[in-house]
Write a protein that binds this ligand. Structure first.
Ligand code: ADP
Ligand code: MG
Length: 241
């Protein structure tokens, strides 16, 4: 398989990141117990890269992803998208940034059951009160091979089809970064690998940066870079400089 050219190589080794976090931490306080879900994590992500975050259950993967994606406030440290400090924004500014620049794919697909597949895909564009870019949406539909499913309700689709619809939805607003949390977790092995291969292909074609959480090493190995968390800390990082 052709390896993605590293942005830093093209830029003559310049240290370019689209997103970075510094000493990022999250402590959950439940009663008298404090759970240190993420501890002082500092990472940079290259534009157009495909990075997998892996590690055992409870190691802080989802919490880290949610903080990177602007979905959960840290208790310590910073997240920067380009040069913007994410959590300096107010709620409105943050949700606008999320809607326009980030896409999200979750294990449970989260499609609206009353809407057709096509309506689900267009939802983020509609929420942003924009006209859909028909040619771009057509291209997504073609790449994800869902053209013959667009008029179906989610309940009439297989798990793999639902996840491909949710990937199209996550990409509908042309995000810069796609965050995926265990996107293959509800799929059988073969379907999961197919969906992952499509995700990778679409990310590459569109130049979208992928940050993917998975506890499945076979899935993680398809990424350009693997970060392993243990107990809220980075235990290893194949992309470490
Ligand atoms: P992973 O995604 O790697 O399985 P999580 O990020 O979901 O791990 O969780 C990391 C740790 O934080 C776990 O110990 C989990 O129980 C705890 N945790 C996650 N979310 C919450 C929450 N909302 N309240 C309290 N503890 C939480
Ligand atoms: Mg998780």
């Amino acid at each position: 398989m052709v390896r993605r050219m590293r942005y830093a190589d093209v830029m003559g080794g310049a240290d370019m990141t689209i997103m970075r976090c510094e000493n990022l931490s999250k402590t959950f306080q439940t009663g008298e117990y404090a759970v240190h879900a993420v501890r002082e994590v500092s990472l940079g992500f290259e534009p157009g890269g495909f990075c997998a975050i892996t590690g055992p259950s409870g190691s802080g993967k989802s919490t880290l992803l949610h903080m990177l994606g602007g979905l959960e406030y840290p208790t310590g440290g910073k997240v920067y998208y380009e040069d913007a400090d994410l959590y300096q924004y107010n709620d409105n500014q943050l949700s606008l940034l999320r809607r326009r620049r980030f896409g999200f794919v979750f294990q449970a697909y989260n499609l609206v059951r009353e809407l057709t597949a096509y309506e689900n895909i267009l939802l983020p564009v509609m929420l942003d009160k924009k006209q859909p870019d028909k040619a771009y949406i057509d291209r997504l539909v073609e790449m994800l091979n869902i053209g013959d499913r667009l008029s179906h309700l989610p309940g009439a689709l297989s798990g793999g089809q639902q996840q491909r619809i949710s990937i199209a939805r996550a990409l509908a607003n042309k995000p810069a970064i796609l965050f995926a949390d265990e996107p293959t977790g509800n799929l059988d092995g073969v379907t999961g690998r197919e969906v992952l291969a499509l995700l990778r292909l679409v990310g590459q074609e569109l130049g979208v940066s992928l940050v993917l959480v998975t506890h499945d090493l076979g899935i993680a190995e398809q990424a350009d870079r693997i970060i392993r968390l243990e107990d809220g800390r980075v235990a290893s990082d194949s992309g470490a400089k």
